[in-house]
Design a binder for this molecule. Structure first.
Ligand code: DGL
Length: 265
């Protein structure tokens, strides 16, 4: 029997933070991880280019592989691409959006923060989330591509520059008691971020909630895998990968075979 795969998509390695949650919850589930490094970073891209790249690459992968469900493991893409993609595919598409609602509920000081990409902090979608779920909160927003790069470096085995991290987190040091990681690259640095902000500040992301949603949908569709994984996870990039060997080494520890090039779209 052919076991269908879950496709996890991002611009770079950020979606691996979502992969880790999914594989912890569903260790038998085969995953195809795809990243559009040719257009990285997404947080600096024009909206129309982003929509066409994500739809093009995800549709091409879905045509070529037996996919049961797609996870757009990228806040920057999810906050704009989901309706377009859902209109093109017949399988479920799960997105990742900033966890503003739980943060507003957990906050005692009603002073919370969103750490995301420059594009995500500017999105109407994000402002709507704040208006709907955190109307009683003061919400600090920081968009940082530098932090995205630090996540990429960490997955290539490089140490995190804590002084640089301190500067990025500077606006959150006073009164904020809950920081939302609204970019999937950032949970890769969660320990370092938590260490900088101190125990009084909660650091939250959407990874586990996404994994639970994926599990529920797969069960509903009857496509959750029951037998143990018999092959390695696959990974595709849209362009040559920076420090490919270092990334392959890190990803092989997560159960991936070596990076291959994605089908053209
Ligand atoms: N990982 C992505 C996100 O969740 C985007 C990072 C980037 O390419 O700018 O927003």
């Amino acid at each position: 029997m052919i076991v269908k795969s879950v496709l996890i998509f991002d611009s770079g390695v950020g979606g691996l933070s979502v992969f880790q949650e999914i594989s912890a919850l569903m260790p038998n589930q085969h995953v195809i991880y795809a990243f559009d490094n040719a257009a990285f970073p997404y947080g600096e891209l024009d909206d129309d280019v982003l929509v066409s790249r994500v739809c093009g690459m995800v549709s091409a992968l879905c045509k070529e592989h037996d996919i049961s469900l797609v996870v757009i493991a990228c806040n920057t893409a999810s906050t704009i691409v989901l309706p377009h993609l859902r209109s093109q595919l017949t399988i479920p598409v799960v997105g990742v959006v900033p966890a503003i609602k739980p943060a507003a509920q957990l906050s005692q000081t009603k002073h919370i923060a969103l750490l995301a990409t420059p594009a995500t902090v500017k999105r109407t979608y994000t402002q709507d989330l704040v208006n709907e779920f955190a109307p009683d909160c003061k919400v600090e927003m920081v968009g940082s591509t530098a932090l995205v790069m630090m996540g990429e470096d960490k997955l290539r085995g490089k140490p995190t520059d804590m002084a640089k991290l301190d500067t990025i987190l500077e606006p959150f040091q006073y009164g904020v008691d809950c920081v939302v990681l609204g970019c999937t690259h950032f949970p890769l640095l969660k320990d370092e971020i938590q260490q900088m902000l101190g125990e009084k500040c909660r650091v939250i992301d959407s990874g586990l909630a996404i994994a639970k949603r994926v599990e529920m949908l797969l069960r509903q569709e009857g496509s959750h895998s029951l037998s143990a994984l018999s092959r390695k996870h696959d990974v595709f990039s849209s362009a040559e990968v920076k420090e490919e060997e270092a990334l392959n080494k890190e990803m092989s520890q997560m159960g991936f075979s070596i990076i291959k090039r994605a089908p053209t779209f």
